[in-house]
Design a protein around this ligand. Structure first.
Ligand code: NDP
Ligand code: HSE
Length: 442
């Protein structure tokens, strides 16, 4: 039986999951491919860690280069992460004309173009399904299944760690730090969890996903990013009272000559399907002119779900090797000479609904001053709620708006913050509410 040899770099969470599937599910993989996919070598800098996989004798090494330079290895699976040594290893592998599988969204978001070009030049593929949405086949969907559509929007929950934290606080009222620690123990978080909680990981995934969807190069630096560290428990509680949950959403739209791409905590109606996406689950909603709305959901992080996507990529590449069909699908989803450079809309120009929490002195005429300033910037109020009564210390005042432009909102909040009756910096959380958008469009 023909054998395709695989070399694995990095035996951490996802690397170990990948090894486990390749070894323990060998029989089903062979039945599906007709070849033996053999994990010939696997490298990690620490071979003393206890690992619960039965590797073939001689598989493990401390030297990644020994794997990359092995002439018998066809596919290199990079599971180290980061933008330095992982990049060097991928470049070396491509130059050695080896196919590459990676889950490294940070690297792809920032150096994808360079690596894709190098792969093209060396006539080998780079597969990266696990880089966005963990187990969810969103890359395959965008590059293959939906290739006949003009795609107009792709939105979703793309970070398992943040979704786990927000769900735990909303459902179990636990503290942020405790929820983050649990996410780390479960293997969801990045080596530096600030990438997760500050929204950068979601932005890396968004850059990859939006580029594929719209055939334009989306620079990570152009994406508006706000993570979840500024979300107070009290806002999660109030959101629920008003019929919303807070999720870290990636929102992207093709606007024709520009695209929208933003990441921020977002209130979504409790009856919205994304509100049901709990814990480390991710979900992506794609709108295409032929398909309508398509929703994909699954585990976005963790050892085995992520490794499932990695092994899917290895099998795809093995099949290409068997039939000698390299780069059958353009790596970036579009023919290279068709990829555009549309600008990303500034956050100031977006139109959405807002939740504001002001902490105000509790006395007559306060609401009219706040509402007056909002009105003077054309911001229409949908509802106002004063939480409690406390003439001595002040009270939270919640205002929910109809659709408003971010630029006007910023100016209004600056003016409101300067009022003597406002005791703390106002809180702003954007709301995505389709019923409002429909009303505005009607
Ligand atoms: P881990 O930190 O768990 O694993 C990385 C492994 O690589 C560690 O064992 C590390 O060793 C090892 N390593 C570091 N440097 C080298 C080197 N020079 N040669 C060989 N091995 C090395 O990371 P994850 O498995 O969580 O993530 C891997 C990749 O997958 C990242 O790009 C990540 O963004 C991505 N990803 C992760 C997901 C998840 O749920 N965890 C989901 C989707 C994508 P040591 O620990 O000793 O430094
Ligand atoms: N740290 C990432 C997350 C891993 O929590 O979603 C999956 O990309």
């Amino acid at each position: 039986m023909k054998k395709i040899n695989i070399g694995l770099l990095g035996l951490g969470t996802v690397g170990m999951g990948t090894a486990k599937i390749l070894i323990e599910n060998k029989e089903i993989i062979t039945k599906r491919t007709g070849v033996e996919l053999r994990l010939k070598k696997a490298a990690d800098i620490d071979l003393n860690k206890k690992r619960d996989v039965l590797f073939e004798k001689g598989t493990l090494t401390k030297e990644a280069l020994e794997v990359i330079n092995d002439d018998d290895i066809d596919i290199i699976v990079e599971m180290i992460g980061g933008k330095t040594i992982a990049k060097e290893f991928i470049i070396k592998a491509l130059k050695n004309k080896k196919y590459v599988v990676t889950a490294n969204k940070a690297l792809l978001a920032e150096a994808g173009e360079e690596l894709f070009e190098l792969a093209d030049k060396n006539k080998v593929d780079i597969a990266y399904e696990a880089s966005v949405g963990g187990a969810i086949p969103i890359i395959k969907s965008l590059r293959e299944s939906l290739a006949g559509n003009n795609i107009t929007s792709v939105n979703g929950i793309l970070n398992g760690t943040c979704n786990y934290i927000l769900s735990k606080i909303a459902n179990e009222n636990i503290e942020f730090e405790e929820a983050l620690a649990q996410a780390q123990v479960n293997g969801y978080a990045e080596a530096d969890p600030n990438f997760d909680i500050e929204g950068f990981d979601t932005a890396h995934k968004t850059a990859i996903m939006a580029s594929l969807a719209y055939g334009t190069k989306v620079n990570f630096e152009d994406i508006y990013i706000e993570g979840i560290t500024g979300i107070a428990k009290i806002d999660i509680k109030y959101a629920k009272e008003f019929g919303y949950l807070i999720k870290l959403l990636a929102i992207t739209k093709d606007l024709g000559n520009s695209i929208e791409a933003r990441i921020h905590p977002t209130m979504i109606p409790i009856d919205n399907i994304l509100s049901k996406i709990d814990g480390s689950l991710n979900a992506v909603s794609v709108f295409g002119d032929a398909v309508g709305e398509l929703m994909l959901c699954g585990y976005g992080a963790g050892m085995m779900p992520t490794a499932s996507a990695v092994v899917g990529d290895i099998i795809d590449i093995a099949r290409n090797i068997i039939f000698n069909t390299k780069i059958r699908i353009p790596i970036a989803g579009f023919m290279q000479n068709q990829i555009k450079n549309k600008p990303v809309l500034s956050i100031d120009d977006i139109l959405t609904n807002y939740y504001f929490r002001f902490f105000c002195i509790d006395k007559p005429n306060v609401l009219s001053q706040v509402a007056g300033i909002l009105g003077s910037y054309g911001i229409s109020i949908k509802s106002v709620h004063q939480k409690g009564r406390n003439p001595q210390e002040g009270v939270p005042v919640i205002i929910i708006t109809h659709l408003a432009k971010e630029f006007e909102v910023k100016k209004a909040l600056k003016e409101i913050s300067a009022l003597d009756i406002v005791l703390e910096k106002p809180v702003l959380i954007r709301i995505e509410d389709e019923s409002e958008t429909d009303t505005a469009a009607a």
